[in-house]
Write a protein that binds this ligand. Structure first.
Ligand code: ADP
Length: 389
């Protein structure tokens, strides 16, 4: 079965055509700067070189139509289309085949993720029109966390407000955490029972997964909560928001931009949101970069234990995404702070670079420590196969 996976972001549209019988990626690419001057396409086939072509993409609709034509011209069939949807809100406990009602629900919950859900819905609509004979499936980032225990998802706010505005911990990165659970279980032959999944990229979240169920996660109503991220604050005292407005005279929109785009590792280091730059800076003795890495390690270790509480223990940690997969230093900074909990990693194994699942557990460790490359696209394709195949 060939599945086209679409991941529409606020100004981009990523795609992959995956043959599920072999897991081969026939083609993949990204329409970038949609709606912005200088839009372009990056595209590669069969793992070959990536070509960059300037293409006008005024909206996501044009981008999706362009991608469909490009893929159709390759000569492969498209047997199903899977769409990543950032926010499933109170509707999607699991992935769903698209019909008019599903599409309306994606739009209804869009105020919780306005930069994503509206364009995702537009793209789904365009695909249905262009290829009415092919089924579409929505795979929501929030679904995996839908059935967390109430003690994890509920906020201690007035019930009438919570009910009226659908306020709860929705979490994010659910598709990635679900993939990480699956890959970890496969690697440990089912031995893992209580997993801390560490998705550490430019956006980062942790998830406590017990027997395949999300028990708690660090992102909240929105993806701003939890860990220190590239440009996001993560958790701060909520009263900081009122203080910035009342005393600092910032508007709501300014506070929103500050906390989402001007904070996190970027603000701490003063140079970059990218851990590669911060690691270089720290190696040269830059004090702001040194504290940025120390705080990232401290907060991640601290929240790892918060997640562990949801399962009353943990037997495996799995590092994933841009930082988790590629930064031995960040993994070390986190694990050394958890040494008092019996977490040990092997320095040599930790230094190895590879695209495979690998075990970096040190001698005498009470917890197994793995590096697990995530693959959200493959997880989405599996869901399409299950629902349409
Ligand atoms: P996104 O959340 O955008 O999908 P990724 O999971 O791709 O992000 O993570 C991107 C981040 O991963 C970069 O901003 C960078 O901080 C980090 N990263 C990537 N490669 C390395 C590396 N070799 N060493 C340290 N950090 C890295």
């Amino acid at each position: 079965m060939n599945v086209l996976v679409i991941n529409a972001g606020s100004s981009s549209l990523k795609y992959q055509l995956i043959d599920l019988s072999t897991q081969e990626v026939y083609a993949k690419g990204n329409c970038e700067r949609i709606g912005i001057e200088g839009s372009f396409l990056t595209h590669s086939e069969h793992g070959g070189e990536t070509q960059r072509t300037p293409v006008p993409f005024p909206t996501h609709r044009e981008a999706s139509e362009y991608v469909l034509e490009l893929i159709t011209n390759l000569g492969h069939t498209i047997d199903g289309i899977g769409h990543r949807v950032v926010q499933g809100g109170w509707y999607f406990p699991e992935s769903a085949v698209v019909d008019d009602e599903v599409l309306a629900k994606v739009r209804e919950v869009a105020p919780l993720a306005p930069l994503h859900n509206y364009v995702e819905a537009d793209v789904i609509e365009a695909m249905r029109k262009a290829m009415p004979e092919v089924g579409n499936v929505v795979v929501c980032d929030t679904s995996f966390h839908y059935h967390m225990p109430e003690t994890s998802w509920r906020y201690a706010l007035p019930r009438d407000v919570v009910d009226r505005l659908h306020i709860r911990k929705y979490g994010a990165h659910g598709t990635s955490h679900r993939f990480i659970w699956r890959a970890t279980r496969e690697f440990t032959h089912g031995e893992t029972k209580k997993l801390i999944s560490l998705h550490l990229g430019s956006g980062s979240s942790l998830c406590a997964i017990e027997d395949g169920r999300s028990m708690d996660t660090t992102m909240g109503l929105t993806p701003l909560d939890g860990l220190i991220m590239g440009t996001r604050t993560g958790t701060v005292d909520p009263a900081t928001v009122f203080y910035l407005q009342r005393v600092g005279n910032y508007t709501v929109d300014e506070v929103d931009t500050m906390m989402n785009k001007q904070s996190g590792l970027l603000a701490l280091s003063g140079i970059s949101s990218d851990t590669r730059d911060i690691e270089d800076g720290a190696a040269k003795g830059d004090e702001h970069c040194i504290i940025a890495l120390e705080m990232f390690g401290y907060r991640t270790a601290q929240l790892t234990l918060e997640m562990a509480q949801a399962m009353e223990g943990f037997d495996t940690m799995a590092f994933s995404a841009g930082i988790g997969e590629n930064s031995p230093l960040c993994r070390e900074k986190i694990c050394e702070r958890l040494a008092w909990q019996g977490v040990r990693i092997d320095k040599e194994k930790n230094a190895v670079r590879s695209g495979e699942v690998r075990d970096i557990t040190g001698e005498g460790s009470k917890v197994r420590v793995l590096v697990v490359p995530t693959n959200e696209e493959l997880m989405i394709a599996y869901d399409v196969q299950e629902l349409l195949g």
